[in-house]
Design a protein around this ligand. Structure first.
Ligand code: UTP
Length: 270
């Protein structure tokens, strides 16, 4: 049912300067695999093989990663290192990758709107690759979409003094871990947040989001906010917030990046 995913990846990644002067944030490796690798693997495991990227200047390394490298393959082919390429090559074989450039960084909502030609009139997943998730969260969300057929936002409880970094949700529980969204505020002041339930970088969006985004005014920080468009959907119909089962690392921050690195080193290299 959900066949496509959009990866907004046009941001500057300023928290990782100077590396992000020339390396896209999404290509920073957690041990030996770049962040996008983990996000695409999550899509493939959820049965999503149409992967669209919204990129920008200095992001070409993403395209190169998602293509075969005959010279390197030849070099390692009879050695134990050949297996290091197996997983990425499987993903390349299974998926179709498409790209569009966001010419001006006008916010996440604008990035999603820029991806419309890659998605068309279909429900789709949005993956922010710098949120590295463990526990097949997209698979859980696709199942929920099949039941409710509406926009779904993955949420988790965050520390009360961190609510000003996230889109914060207020909702009414309709089944265990599933809330109907009543309100959603982008990066609220700590004392004004309606809850501590924060949207993380996994969404399933219905395609009416595009028309809403076309007509929405800039919100917090002068950016076109995805949060505002989702709130419009919630007011017109139904949007769900889903408390996923699993773990998320905020690899857009240095501490989350180090935490994820340690986790995957322990899990896969020891
Ligand atoms: P962030 O707020 O994490 O910004 O964007 P950033 O540029 O990636 O990182 P910092 O804060 O400067 O370190 C959230 C997601 O939205 C995408 C980013 O690429 C990231 O995946 N995004 C944001 C866009 O694609 N376009 C935009 O205009 C804004």
């Amino acid at each position: 049912m959900i066949k496509k995913a959009l990866f907004p990846a046009a941001g500057y990644g300023t928290r990782f300067l100077p590396a992000t002067k020339s390396v896209p944030k999404e290509m920073l490796p957690i041990v030996n695999k770049p962040l996008i690798h983990y996000g695409i693997k999550e899509c493939v495991n959820a049965g999503i093989f149409g992967i669209g990227f919204v990129t920008g200047r200095a992001k070409r390394a993403i395209e190169d990663y998602l293509d075969y490298s005959p010279e390197v393959e030849e070099k390692v082919k009879d050695s134990s290192k050949a297996k290091l390429l197996e997983e990425v090559n499987k993903m390349i074989k299974k998926c179709t990758f498409t790209y569009v450039r966001q010419k001006e960084m006008l916010g996440l909502g604008h990035a999603v709107l820029t991806g419309e030609p890659l998605i068309g009139n279909n429900p789709f997943a949005v993956v922010l690759a710098d949120d590295l998730c463990v526990g097949e969260i997209l698979t859980q969300m696709v199942k929920l979409y099949e039941k409710y057929k509406c926009t779904i936002v993955a949420v988790e409880e965050v520390d009360k003094n961190e609510v000003n970094k996230y889109g914060i949700i207020e909702g009414k529980e309709i089944e265990e871990g599933v809330m109907m969204v009543k309100n959603m505020v982008e990066k609220p002041d700590i004392d004004k947040a309606p809850s501590n339930l924060a949207a993380i970088g996994r969404y399933i969006l219905t395609p009416d989001i595009f028309n809403i985004l076309k007509n929405i005014k800039p919100g917090k920080g002068g950016e076109i906010q995805l949060t505002d468009a989702i709130l419009t959907q919630a007011k017109r119909g139904m949007v769900l917030a889903y408390k996923f089962k699993g773990k998320r690392f905020d690899c857009g921050s240095v501490s989350g990046f180090v935490e994820a690195t340690n986790y995957f080193y322990e899990k896969e290299f020891k």
